[in-house]
Ligand binder design. Sequence first.
Ligand SMILES: *[C@@H]1O[C@H](CO)[C@@H](O)[C@H](O)[C@H]1NC(C)=O
Ligand SMILES: *[C@@H]1O[C@H](CO)[C@@H](O)[C@H](O)[C@H]1NC(C)=O
Ligand SMILES: *[C@@H]1O[C@H](CO)[C@@H](O)[C@H](O)[C@H]1NC(C)=O
Length: 299
Amino acid sequence: MAVFEVYSIPIVNRYKTSICSKAALYILCSLVLTFIPPLLIAYRSQGFWMTTNTYEEQPSVRFKKQVLLIVDTQQPGEFLAWSTYSNFNNIVQDNLRIPLVTSIETDTNGDGILDQLNFTAQVPLSTSEDVTSLQLLLFFDYRLFRMSTFQMESLAYIRHSSVSTGSSFTSFGELKLHQKTPLRHRGVDVRYNTSIVDSASLSASTYDLTNIFRSYNQRNITTIFPNNYPVWKSGRGATQPFTIQVIIDYPTETIIYQPGFWELIKWGWVQYVTILLLFLWVFREINTVVFSSKMFKTV
Ligand SMILES: *[C@@H]1O[C@H](CO)[C@@H](O)[C@H](O)[C@H]1NC(C)=O
Ligand SMILES: *[C@@H]1O[C@H](CO)[C@@H](O)[C@H](O)[C@H]1NC(C)=O
Ligand SMILES: *[C@@H]1O[C@H](CO)[C@@H](O)[C@H](O)[C@H]1NC(C)=O
């Protein structure tokens, strides 16, 4: 009957010596050289302390039904404007033109998170008025839950101008998260859960786009609408309104965050131990040779 080796137990040779001997000094050095260099290697190679990490989440976005719309008409310096901020409407006085606005948000994949906004506005125009450019601000409530509970008021800015007078404007795009700094890994984050436009203000400067964008751009977390696919159509019938249609998707985002303490430790530990295993093996081989060849005086 053939015999297989099923298990092996090595025989232990004990090498003993006093604490103040060359052998003891050698073993101390070998221990230091086993455990410290892996730490240095892991640390010096990039990414020992993970400063940022990413995760994916589809934000919970809701159109706040707040709008600020300015369209320029053909005569220089003439414009029509309207906003859901009533103080703004008072400021623009005669230039106020109230459009017919509809907005529908749909959950196309039925997962309980809204995926798309369909915003339309029809600006009534007189026969002599013709639109050459538009500026549209839409305001959103933007929330994230997976790591930190994050909530902010955010903005989509849509602008287009044309040399020809328009009958309609259409644009398709995504509301993209723009991070200057990483988010936290836990806790409640409402740093930017404040109004972008102070609707109580009676001052015209509050509604000046320069001021709105200056303060919005100072935020470390914003949303942007890259207006990549604008379609401008001419040929408006004399009594037809100017039609604006914007389709905005709320995509799943790759979110950058700052890892917590335990995630840092875990990541560092994994790297250290990987290199350490190699050193342990090398020094065990070296020590076996050193002691079995009786290089040092031991008992
Ligand atoms: C958006 O809504 C308008 C009417 O409000 C409709 O005519 C249009 O087909 C809708 N577009 C999409 C992509 O749902
Ligand atoms: C953010 O602001 C909105 C409106 O001001 C408020 O209803 C909401 O509770 C705030 N969110 C948090 C988490 O405080
Ligand atoms: C925004 O980021 C800058 C630079 O990292 C930082 O100094 C500042 O404190 C951040 N602001 C807020 C409100 O977190």
